[in-house]
Design a protein around this ligand. Structure first.
Ligand code: SME
Length: 150
């Protein structure tokens, strides 16, 4: 699954006919539609000089959490830790921001440009404990491709 998706991600980032937001939008849709346990896929980016994340392109239900302060929730923690955060069971997390009651698990992978953590890709799943190291490696690949166009 991930092996066949990788070249599709690259062809989106290499498409000269669409702008960056449209590329990110298409990547979100590609992942959501092809990976059965990816129910919400979105990018958050550091909001200028502020210590907060701002929602970028996403695929899935609209969320109220368009701004997330650093340190808050899974996303805000990754903004500070610079590390992948895999949550098999969101109910077991104290510092978690619920977007939808159907969400059971979450994975957030930081996005680095020139070694700086400038955002992240965030996936919510309605399936309990669905993520493996293969997801982490695939999403790191996605972020590396995206970093090239930012
Ligand atoms: N659950 C996230 C908030 C973002 S939504 O999943 C879209 C968090 O705890 O940071």
């Amino acid at each position: 699954m991930f092996t066949t998706l990788q070249p599709k991600v690259t062809s989106i980032t290499n498409n000269p006919d669409i702008d960056t937001d449209e590329k990110l939008q298409q990547i979100c849709a590609l992942l959501k539609h092809n990976i059965p346990y990816y129910d919400w896929v979105g990018f958050y980016f550091k909001n200028g000089d502020k210590k907060e994340l701002k929602l970028g392109p996403y695929a899935g239900a609209p969320t109220d959490h368009t701004i997330i302060p650093f340190g808050k929730g899974i996303c805000g923690q990754v903004a500070e830790s610079n590390k992948n955060f895999v949550v098999p069971d969101v109910m077991a997390q104290d510092n978690y921001i619920a977007c939808s009651i159907t969400v059971k698990a979450e994975i957030v992978i930081p996005l680095f440009v020139n070694g700086k953590n400038i955002g992240q890709i965030d996936i919510d799943s309605n399936t309990p404990n669905p993520f493996t190291e293969a997801d982490e490696h695939f999403l790191e690949f996605v972020n590396e491709e995206v970093a090239e166009i930012l």
